[in-house]
Design a protein around this ligand. Structure first.
Ligand code: DX5
Ligand code: ZN
Length: 217
């Protein structure tokens, strides 16, 4: 179904309070929870790995959407399955064998996502559509929250056309806020990741702020 889902990225949450932060965003209306895994190699920033993701699992009642910004990917797929990821997304730029990677993610029992950096064309995933449950269109260069939105609406439209009637989500990641969300939704996106726009001005001690931010997006 193509109803719009909001997936707050805990990259902008309080790192010392992940459990409470996840519970707060879900209680206040998050549809999915987006988890950014960075390796300090594929992207110039480092976050956390499988043991932390496993610790988040009991707090996530909705969908745990894990975005891997790591290379290589394949040696870690089973660890993220064991950690309880529902959706596991790898970057197409992370290695030459995305086709194999997507098959391995599904074989491990997860939904398989493929992410495209801003410089990567829609056509790069043309032969992967039947292996894919989600295409993540990056609207910033990955690595950090709070960056300026890069307009990828023509890529989103092209992907929606290529996908046709396949049940594939288009997720947008980077710079999503109340101004940019309507543009990407109109172009065909249905999962909107939002980090800074959801967590700004709030904390787990201030009930309601996250929910107001989610509804604003
Ligand atoms: C960027 C991450 C995003 C990030 C988005 O590398 O993949 O998920 O948290 O943050 P905002 O919404 O602040 O651009
Ligand atoms: Zn992300």
């Amino acid at each position: 179904d193509r109803t719009i889902k909001i997936a707050p990225s805990i990259l902008s949450a309080d790192f010392a309070n992940f459990g409470a932060e996840i519970q707060a965003i879900e209680a206040q209306g998050a549809d999915w929870v987006h988890i950014d895994v960075m390796d300090g190699h594929f992207v110039p920033n480092l976050t956390f790995g499988p043991p932390a993701v496993k610790a988040f699992r009991p707090h996530v009642k909705t969908v745990m959407d894990v975005h891997l910004m790591i290379a290589p990917v394949d040696p870690y797929i089973q660890a993220y399955a064991d950690a309880g990821a529902d959706v596991l997304t790898a970057h197409i730029e992370a290695g030459p064998h995305s086709h194999r990677t997507l098959q391995a993610i599904r074989a491990a029992g997860m939904k398989a996502g493929i992410a495209l950096n801003p410089g990567t064309p829609a056509e790069a995933v043309e032969h992967l559509l039947d292996l894919t449950d989600l295409i993540c269109v990056m609207t910033v260069n990955p690595g950090f929250g709070g960056q300026k939105f890069i307009d990828m609406t023509s890529k989103i439209r092209r992907l929606r056309q290529m996908i046709g009637d396949r049940p594939v989500h288009i997720e947008i990641d980077g710079g999503v806020d109340p101004n940019t969300a309507p543009l990407v939704a109109a172009a065909g996106a249905d999962v909107l990741v939002a980090g800074s726009a959801v967590f700004k001005g709030g904390s787990v001690d201030q009930p309601g702020v996250y929910g107001d931010n989610i509804r604003a997006v």
